[in-house]
Design a protein around this ligand. Structure first.
Ligand code: 3NM
Length: 222
């Protein structure tokens, strides 16, 4: 089948929801379903931080979330845990700069989708050379969700990457909300990835819908 095309991925990355059990105020399965009904286009299972599940509990939880994504044809990626992604036959993996090198992960996962977090031009170029399909760039705005996040860079980092020849799909991450999502797209991202804008919303469905609408509007301005 080969690797996913940049064009297809660009479409799929518009509203990228990331979640683990400790990001949820309510039932995570209901939340994911609501987010999908609201219009998310991509999902990452990120089981990290305080109270995160491990072992068989983590696997069972991931499987249930994956089944929901499969039912609605939403790509299901796993954060960091390449073995889990392979065991579940997930659609791909997202890795950070502290994780295993992207070229090693690429070899392990074949044509599955590979996302890599990048914070600057050098990291972006290296990730592409090593086989990334898309980049997650952030934190764009201050975030309370990732305790070890770097300093917020603003949307300028996205503009900088685009001006310096980075053409592969990019999603912004970190502190993105319905109110600032348009700026992220205008600066050059293809989509936004969010945790709390959906997971802590009173209505995940409405929040996802409003994000999707903001992104559609901003893309149509281009
Ligand atoms: N990665 P929220 S910021 C998972 O900068 C993650 O690489 C980041 O959560 C990075 O949408 C972040 O609630 C947290 O701000 C995103």
């Amino acid at each position: 089948m080969g690797r996913i095309s940049a064009k297809q991925l660009q479409e799929q990355l518009r509203v990228y929801f990331i979640m683990g059990s400790n990001n949820c105020k309510k039932n995570p399965f209901d939340m994911l379903k609501e987010a999908i009904e609201g219009g998310i286009t991509f999902f990452q299972f990120r089981e990290k931080g305080q109270g995160a599940l491990s072992g068989v509990e983590k696997v069972a939880f991931a499987k249930e979330l994956q089944a929901i994504c499969q039912k609605y044809s939403i790509p299901f990626l796993v954060n960091d845990d390449v073995d889990l992604a392979l065991a579940l036959d997930a659609d791909g993996v997202h890795i950070g700069q502290e994780d295993e090198r992207a070229d090693i992960v690429r070899r392990k996962i074949g044509d599955k989708i590979l996302g890599v977090s990048a914070h600057n031009l050098e990291e972006a170029k290296r990730a592409i050379e090593q086989g990334a399909d898309y980049l997650g760039v952030g934190p764009i705005f201050p975030t309370n969700t990732k305790t070890d996040a770097k300093e917020a860079q603003g949307v300028e980092v996205l503009r900088h990457l685009r001006e310096h020849g980075i053409t592969i799909p990019i999603v912004g991450i970190g502190g993105i909300t319905v109110d600032n999502a348009k700026e992220v797209i205008r600066a050059g991202a293809d989509g936004v990835s969010v945790i709390s804008a959906i997971s802590l919303a009173n209505s995940p469905k409405e929040s996802a819908w409003r994000l999707a609408k903001a992104i559609d509007d901003a893309l149509h301005e281009k």
